[in-house]
Design a protein around this ligand. Structure first.
Ligand SMILES: Nc1ncnc2c1ncn2[C@@H]1O[C@H](COP(=O)(O)OP(=O)(O)OP(=O)(O)O)[C@@H](O)[C@H]1O
Length: 292
């Protein structure tokens, strides 16, 4: 394992600058964590807590290079990804980061290019970097990626509208993996897909996690994803970190009221099932005591 962390976030604050009549908005405040190469972190939090902003920033996406450009701006602290400081990133740094960090944004499946075949969608990141790249080699790469996400090769010639939502999600994942990233950032990978495909996507993320040196940042409120595909989970509220640790520890020891609510929201079916027999057993005992 490299002595340098894959990702180092130190007291990071991020804001969206004011635009027109909209005031500026601080999306992240004082976030810190260190992720070694080969580790995987889950990001959890209520809507608007800054999860997608953190994912996009760490993926090097959307950061403006000049003041006045739209996009989230690092207003305090820093995030260093694969040795590149994002606060002081120049165009070349961001190109390096986006090359080595695969990104599956929220609703990535819906943002596949409808006029392109699956093969052309998956290989788009290759040709965006090198328009003269060998087409045959790119086709072979697309086939390998489809195999990685467990889709049949017949899907390569299809168009996104011909696929199910779950298949589109896996194509989007293949596209995020096509450049062979060292780090994968995924934002709600199981949202909006049916239960069977959801399991397949979770299996995939768990398998990727077992690849040596593969580092991942996974935004999800799906407990199975956090359990199977992450080592630690960071909980955000209003842009601030409120809990950090392995997901079971976070849920078992919720010292913050928000995390307590979250633990309850994520666990009710199991807890209710566990509690009911206990109450029933108590009633039986009480009844027995009366009748005996
Ligand atoms: N382009 C933007 N311009 C201005 N403010 C934004 C922009 N995108 C997000 N925000 C604000 O930044 C904050 C964090 O948003 P973000 O999308 O990161 O939250 P989230 O936790 O991912 O939410 P969700 O779970 O709903 O996707 C919110 O207050 C949001 O309104």
């Amino acid at each position: 394992m490299s002595p340098d962390p894959a990702i180092l976030v130190s007291d990071l604050s991020v804001e969206y600058p004011a635009r027109g009549v909209s005031p500026s908005c601080v999306a992240l405040r004082g976030v810190s964590f260190r992720l070694e190469a080969g580790q995987s972190i889950g990001i959890l939090g209520e809507t608007g807590s800054g999860k997608s902003t953190l994912a996009a920033v760490l993926a090097g996406r959307g950061l403006p290079l000049r003041s006045g450009e739209p996009g989230p701006r690092i207003s305090g602290g820093d995030a260093t990804v694969l040795g590149h400081s994002l606060r002081h990133a120049r165009k070349r740094d961001l190109a390096e980061v986006t090359f080595h960090v695969g990104y599956l944004p929220q609703e990535a499946a819906a943002s596949l290019e409808p006029s392109l075949s699956v093969q052309d969608n998956v290989t788009l990141p290759i040709f965006e970097r090198d328009e003269h790249y060998n087409r045959r080699a790119a086709g072979e790469r697309a086939a390998l990626m489809l195999d990685t996400v467990h889709l049949p090769l017949s899907v390569l010639a299809k168009y996104p509208y011909q696929l199910s939502a779950g298949q589109r999600q896996r194509v989007a994942l293949a596209k995020a993996l096509v450049l062979g990233p060292q780090v994968l950032v995924v934002d709600e990978p199981t949202a909006g897909i049916d239960a069977t495909v959801r399991d397949a996507v979770i299996d995939l993320l768990a398998q990727l996690r077992s690849h040596e040196g593969f580092t991942a940042v996974i935004v999800s409120h799906d407990l199975s994803v956090l359990r199977r595909a992450t080592d630690v989970t960071l909980v955000l509220q209003g842009g601030r970190p409120v809990a950090y640790g392995p997901i079971e520890d976070v849920l078992a020891d919720p010292s913050h009221p928000f995390v307590q609510g979250l633990a309850h929201a994520l666990k009710p079916p199991q807890r209710r099932r566990e509690r009911r027999p206990q109450i029933a057993a108590g009633e039986v005992v009480a009844g027995d005591a009366v009748t005996n």
